[in-house]
Write a protein that binds this ligand. Structure first.
Ligand SMILES: NC(=O)c1ccc[n+]([C@@H]2O[C@H](COP(=O)([O-])OP(=O)(O)OC[C@H]3O[C@@H](n4cnc5c(N)ncnc54)[C@H](OP(=O)(O)O)[C@@H]3O)[C@@H](O)[C@H]2O)c1
Length: 239
């Protein structure tokens, strides 16, 4: 999910979850090269530090830092959010919810469907705030570290070699990052919201992703898990 907020002409700030490798890392490099201030929100401090160092080595002077965040641990999510608010650093122009993985196919598919449902529900709740846009994307099939989550002890004999062979036909991480970069930074989509993108083009998402009642339940469940009031985002009252 990519949320963009309209802002004045100044250095733009983006928070990329899981930005230490793969598509998130390529997006981070590209936005740094455009002069953006980039924060990588990562669960592994060592991998985060290595990613920051790598970008700074390739782009001396790049504005890039990291934030400790494990999205599988809600206490970590709360601590990360609190540290941003407490230090006055929560005013991001773009939130790129890039991190994502867990367990094999069924859970993975459900998490991706939830991502699209949540995007549409958030957009519905932001309809009176046109300065904030929210979109989601499919990057294509990309040669990243994602395959590590699909291999387990029961399928490693065939899944590992299968992924390796198939990967020659996958996009490179740089190619896979193009839609994320486009949604984060292109003026063409600054006023576009509640869309699903593939190869930098808005396309139709599945019928299941448009079920507004499931989306509302997902919103309420997410609010309960994070202990945030479910009505935190209500349409603005007209004076
Ligand atoms: N590659 C594809 O073909 C493909 C296709 C469709 C969609 N996508 C989506 O694109 C996004 C990026 O994937 P990728 O291909 O770049 O995969 P990747 O190379 O495996 O990168 C995933 C990133 O997410 C981070 N991450 C995973 N779980 C996390 C957690 N609990 N808390 C914080 N960070 C976490 C990882 O951190 P660590 O380095 O610490 O593990 C890593 O930085 C994902 O949402 C993925 O589902 C990818």
């Amino acid at each position: 999910m990519v949320a963009q907020a309209a802002g004045a002409e100044r250095v733009k700030r983006v928070l990329i979850t899981g930005g230490n490798t793969g598509i998130g890392f390529e997006t981070a490099k590209s936005l740094c090269a455009k002069g953006w201030d980039v924060t990588l929100a990562c669960r592994d401090k060592g991998r985060a530090a290595a990613a920051v160092a790598s970008i700074k080595e390739q782009q001396p002077g790049a504005q890039v830092s990291s934030l400790n965040l494990d999205l599988a641990n809600l206490a970590s999510v709360k601590a990360a959010a609190s540290s941003l608010v407490d230090t006055g650093c929560a005013d991001f122009d773009v939130l790129l919810n890039n991190a994502g993985a867990y367990s094999p196919w069924e859970a993975y598919g459900q998490s991706k469907l939830a991502n699209i449902l949540f995007t549409y529900e958030l957009a519905r709740r932001l309809k009176d705030y046109p300065q904030v846009t929210v979109n989601c994307l499919h990057p294509g099939v990309v040669r990243t570290e994602l395959g590590r989550y699909m291999v387990n002890s029961s399928n490693q004999m065939w899944m590992g070699p299968a992924i390796y062979l198939a990967s020659f036909f996958f996009k490179t991480p740089q190619q896979g990052a193009q839609t994320s970069i486009y949604l984060a930074s292109s003026p063409d989509v600054a006023n576009t919201t509640s869309k699903y993108f593939v190869d930098c083009k808005a396309v139709a998402s599945s019928r299941a992703s448009h079920d507004a009642s499931v989306a509302a339940r997902l919103w309420e469940y997410s609010a309960a898990l994070t202990k945030v009031p479910a009505d935190i985002l209500q349409p603005a009252k007209v004076a």
